[in-house]
Write a protein that binds this ligand. Structure first.
Ligand code: PXL
Length: 272
């Protein structure tokens, strides 16, 4: 037996609900061995972001080299990259890594609205990293910022998905959770449209939802699943994590989602 491996390249959330903490909890819950390359350290809790400290470029490259030269990985997730220089450093390393699916979550703001990346990082992410990605996972505000269009319906989501796909990733998922009457996500790979209907769950405890969803996709791709079934499994995982969030009672602000819920309901499914 050999464990599947997933690498997250992302920021640290000291509060444990988002960033690499969410990613590694999710990888673990889905039976995948997680490694991490930290890009920034945030001082954060459920109430807000109190500081962002970027890791020096050399430290990012050394972490990438350390993980990949020994452990390797079956899939890679990219989350918070706070500035253009970090995007370029990560992209220059990943251009040489062939045949490993990359899930790119174009993280822009934290739950409470604090920006997590510099304005000029967006263009760099689009130009340097989208072409390397198996899938990108923007939410509606991120898709609006990346395409420059307003998105207020499923039809708008489809137009935005086509536009985003033209920037070079193999597929695009736009997460519909910010549309008022639906939590439907749309997946497009240039040939097929897949609708992932959601169930809107009323809770303020949704901190780290985007990180958790994209790392669940990464874990499933690491196990060798095709993109559509990986995304369907990840959607189940995140729906359960949100549905179970209020049970945790962590912090007094926007609490984390429940990374164990899927395990409680489905049991442990490593190497399935
Ligand atoms: O969910 C976006 C995100 C990504 N990465 C880090 C974060 C957050 C949101 O708070 O803290 C480190």
């Amino acid at each position: 037996m050999k464990a599947y491996r997933a690498l997250t390249i992302a920021g640290s959330d000291s509060g444990g609900g988002a960033g690499i903490q969410a990613d590694i909890k999710t990888f673990t819950a889905l039976g995948v061995y997680g490694t991490s390359v930290l890009t920034s350290v945030t001082a954060q809790n459920t109430k807000g972001v109190f500081g962002i400290y970027d890791i020096p470029l050399e430290g990012i490259r050394k972490q990438l080299e350390a993980v990949m030269s020994d452990i390797g990985t079956d899939a890679i997730k990219i989350g918070m990259l706070s500035k253009k220089e970090i995007v370029k450093e990560v992209a220059s390393f990943l251009k040489e890594v062939k045949g490993i699916p990359i899930v790119l979550d174009p993280v822009m703001v934290a739950k409470g609205g604090s920006p997590l990346l510099a304005d000029d990082a967006n263009e760099a992410i689009k130009n340097e990293l989208f072409p390397l990605a198996a899938v990108i996972t923007p939410n509606i505000p991120e898709a609006e910022a990346l395409t420059g269009m307003n998105i207020s319906s499923i039809d708008d989501m489809k137009i935005a998905a086509e536009k985003l796909l033209s920037y070079g990733s193999q597929s695009v998922i736009i997460k519909g959770g910010h549309l008022t009457d639906t939590a439907e996500d749309i997946l497009y790979n240039g040939k097929q449209w897949v609708s992932l209907p959601g169930q809107r769950i009323e809770t303020k405890n949704t901190h780290g939802t985007g990180c958790t969803f994209s790392s669940a996709i990464t874990a499933e791709l690491a196990k060798g699943k095709e993109i559509i079934s990986a995304v369907e499994r990840a959607k189940q995982y995140i729906q359960m994590a949100i549905a179970g969030a209020d049970e945790l009672k962590i912090g007094s602000g926007h609490g984390p989602t429940n990374h164990w819920k899927y395990l409680q309901v489905k049991g442990f499914e490593a190497w399935s």
